[in-house]
Design a protein around this ligand. Structure first.
Ligand SMILES: [Zn+2]
Ligand SMILES: [Zn+2]
Length: 236
């Protein structure tokens, strides 16, 4: 973290400046900050947890036992400094520039998988959307859509009830907590198609798992999850 950010934790860059070090060199995330904080890691293809060195499997231990049901899970970085600060700027202050910067971090999706036909942001409940004024997942999806030339369908996934953030719950408890929380909009043409769910942070994966299940129940051929940040394994 730069001295300037330490002094002004809410500072954001001048146009053309780096969102991490606030240096001005024409990149939203400069090469130095990328190599210091966003080095690509081998990650589990089922939940994007970093894989321990020397692992030959594509899946982590959790996904081998209890997969989330995703065709692939893509994450750019671990949920830690400096990215937590940018994600909070997006989430709580609606900084659209942070969404664009964070969207640039996402690695290219694997070439052997079908290209998603649209990006589907994780929906927010209407009450939360009204209170916050924007859906950070949708802002990320829009930034990613522009970068990768993919359409965004913001109305296909619906959140029927607000589920309080319960970071204390484990994966099965969260799944139970989310039962019936989501639905697919009537007439959303997902059957036979390839889709990517977009969110800011993936913690247990229960939310994307519930949404993927809903899409698959309606005939989706593949469902990926693309997230900016993955919380580290609490049991590691
Ligand atoms: Zn920088
Ligand atoms: Zn995994």
């Amino acid at each position: 973290m730069s001295l300037l950010q330490r002094l002004h934790p809410r500072a954001w860059p001048l146009p053309g400046g780096c969102w991490v070090c606030l240096g001005w060199n024409g990149a939203r995330i400069c090469a130095d900050c990328r190599s210091a904080f966003a080095r690509p890691l081998p990650r589990c293809s089922g939940c994007a947890l970093p894989l321990p060195p020397g692992t030959h499997s594509q899946l982590c231990g959790h996904c081998l036992q209890e997969p989330l049901g995703l065709t692939h899970c893509l994450a750019a970085v671990d949920y830690q400094a400096p990215w937590d600060g940018l994600l909070q700027a997006l989430k709580y202050r609606g900084e659209l520039g942070a969404a664009v910067a964070l969207a640039e971090l996402l690695p290219e999706p694997p070439k052997h998988l079908p290209r998603p036909q649209a990006l589907l942001p994780v929906p927010q409940h209407e009450a939360r959307l009204r209170a916050r004024g924007h859906n950070p997942a949708e802002q990320l999806a829009r930034a990613l859509g522009r970068r990768l030339n993919l359409p965004v369908q913001r109305d296909w996934l619906l959140r029927l009830r607000d589920t309080p953030t319960q970071t204390q719950l484990n994966r099965p408890q969260r799944q139970a907590n989310l039962r019936g929380a989501f639905a697919l909009a009537t007439g959303a043409p997902v059957r036979g198609g390839h889709w990517a769910i977009v969110d800011d942070v993936l913690t247990t994966g229960a939310t994307v798992a519930a949404l993927a299940q809903e899409l698959q129940r309606h005939g989706a051929a593949s469902v990926q999850a693309w997230v900016v940040a993955r919380t580290p394994d609490p049991h590691a």
